[in-house]
Ligand binder design. Structure first.
Ligand code: HSE
Length: 369
């Protein structure tokens, strides 16, 4: 049996996928049966096909030894953290799509999972339906991953695409996102998307996994897209590229430092990331043996995200009490300040009414348009 905590967009998608593809999921999970026993949610869902499964008391799940895997799709840090910790300590595997939880508490929760011989899996927390956590931890295990860069937020990529392709102003593109229902991709508080916090959490999860040390969101300089104007988009076009909200991280050459950032960036037309539009996500990972690999697909939405969650449920059931030991990282090392890359980089500065010569004098040689 499994239980679902949180029947929002993703949680209801998980129930839908399990009910729809029930037989093949049972076969792949090498179980004789798979059933959702409980759905925990504070709201009522009269008329819902799963109506009989709803409960409001978390302890029913915690104290039921028949529940082997718990799906956490509640979002937010509390009480998700308390519930997930309790489940792992009670010997239940947990599968989550909650990036805020993994970014803040991943190291600790992986520790509880290892201690209690269960799995803590979170494929859906980055890139929605795109397989990225398992490929990094397993398929690319032979590589030292030195760096990655990605478009990690569907809502902001949708808004930027409207600005770039349709000449729409930021505010209008944001309104359109809501009107067209793209809002179902956005966070409960959409400022987490447009201010870059959602992408930041995903960068932290990927960086922790790639580089083996926990990276916390408050160590990562994070800028969203609220200040991007159509003029910036036009300048980018003139320069031969597009503006994308990128989450990036790299390891220093000596391997001792991790640098990470979330910010709008110019992306050259030749880059594969330049043509990633609408709510799609893409993550470019650079390994020392494989070179560059790009993972592309639907980074948000009900069924794509549910697809990743259910794959983790299958994995957890199949593994039983065998822990995924390739999925781990160490606690963070104490770092002073932010993990901003000290290497020189090109910046774009737009200053109205300043003579090009003055800009050059302040910022050094560059292309002044
Ligand atoms: N709000 C997120 C996005 C949802 O727009 O990409 C998926 O994490």
């Amino acid at each position: 049996y499994i239980a679902i905590m949180g029947y929002g967009v993703v949680g209801s998608g998980v129930a839908e996928v399990i009910n729809k593809n029930h037989d093949s999921i049972v076969r792949k999970s090498t179980q004789s049966e798979l059933e959702i026993k409980y759905i925990l949610d504070l709201k009522d869902f009269p008329g819902d096909p799963n109506e009989k499964l709803f409960i409001k008391d978390f302890n029913i799940i915690l104290n039921d030894p028949e529940v082997k895997v718990v799906v956490e799709t509640m979002g937010g840090l509390h009480p998700a953290y308390e519930f997930v910790s309790a489940c792992l300590k009670a010997g239940k595997s947990v599968v989550t799509s909650n990036k805020e939880l993994v970014a803040a508490k991943g190291c600790e929760l992986l520790g509880y999972a290892a201690e209690h011989n269960v799995n803590f899996l979170f494929e859906a927390s980055v890139g929605g339906g795109i397989p990225i956590i398992r490929p990094i931890s397993q398929c690319l295990a032979a590589n030292e991953i030195n760096e990655f860069a990605g478009i990690l937020n569907g809502t902001t990529n949708f808004i930027l695409t409207r600005m770039i392709n349709d000449g729409m102003a930021f505010e209008d593109a944001l309104k359109l996102a809501h009107r067209l229902g793209t809002v179902r991709f956005s966070e409960r508080d959409p400022s987490a998307d447009i201010l870059g916090f959602d992408a930041c959490r995903k960068v932290c999860i990927l960086a922790s996994l790639c580089f083996g040390k926990h990276v916390y969101p408050d160590q990562v300089h994070t800028e969203g897209i609220t200040e991007i104007t159509l003029e910036d988009v036009e300048y980018a076009k003139d320069w031969g590229g597009v503006i994308k909200l990128l989450g990036r991280a790299r390891k220093s050459e000596d391997g001792k430092h991790i640098y990470a950032i979330v910010s709008p960036a110019f992306v050259d037309h030749h880059s594969q990331l330049a043509s990633v539009d609408d709510v799609f996500n893409a993550i470019l990972v650079r390994g020392d043996a494989i070179g560059d690999v790009v993972f592309y697909g639907r980074g948000a939405g009900k069924l794509p995200t549910a697809s990743a969650v259910v794959a983790d449920v299958v994995d957890a059931l199949k593994n039983g009490s065998k822990v995924h030991d390739s999925l781990f990282w160490q606690p963070a090392e104490p770092v002073e300040g932010m993990l901003t890359d000290p290497a020189p980089a090109a910046y774009y500065v737009r200053a109205a009414g300043v003579a090009p010569a003055v800009v050059e004098a302040i910022y050094g040689r560059g292309r002044v348009v």
